[in-house]
Design a protein around this ligand. Sequence first.
Ligand code: E4P
Length: 217
Amino acid sequence: MQIFLDSAEPGLIAEHARTGLVDGVTTNPSLVAKAGGDFFEGLKAICAAVDGPVSAEVVAIDAATMVSEGKKLRAIADNIVVKLPLTFDGLKACAELADEGHPANVTLCFSVNQALLAAKAGAAFVSPFIGRLDDRGEDGLGLIQRIRQVYDEYGVETRILAASIRSLEHIEGSALAGADCATIPPNLFDAMVRHELTDKGLEAFLADWKASGREGL
Ligand code: E4P
């Protein structure tokens, strides 16, 4: 499963990209508003920092304007993916952009039916929102599983990008459910590497090494 960062903060993204473990980035208007700064300059910096798809979202709600906003976003860098909402206009814009070779990430997906439509519109990615489903007592990870099953059944190439991830369990669960990628807030990405037994184990190995009178290699 590929790991994307769910953030619009260029500095934070560049710092995490230096681990060599970040496969892409997703932004949305809320994350951009939180990050502040110039929208286009920020995206340019993110695209330069990460060698992989960077989703940038349109803010129009009609298909024609979504297409022209999408093209504006695509002019920022080759690795921009146009993020479009899962509405009939968003799907229409997706099909039009895909026909012209512009990849799209259809976002705000909450059902298998919506995922089927995104695939039909030629989306490169579909983003099911796990956390927001869980928030209202539904099964977010179950949705990933069901979309995987249907996409596999029909040989759909649209990639499942698990989004709205709130916990380490969501990350593991997405991988187990067969998501192609998961977009993860930077603080959870940091938490992925940590385990108290790793820390304890390392401490003991180094203490034993030192106690034997040895130094570095
Ligand atoms: C990513 O594409 C989404 O915009 C993001 O994961 C939404 O997460 P949230 O539900 O925590 O806002």
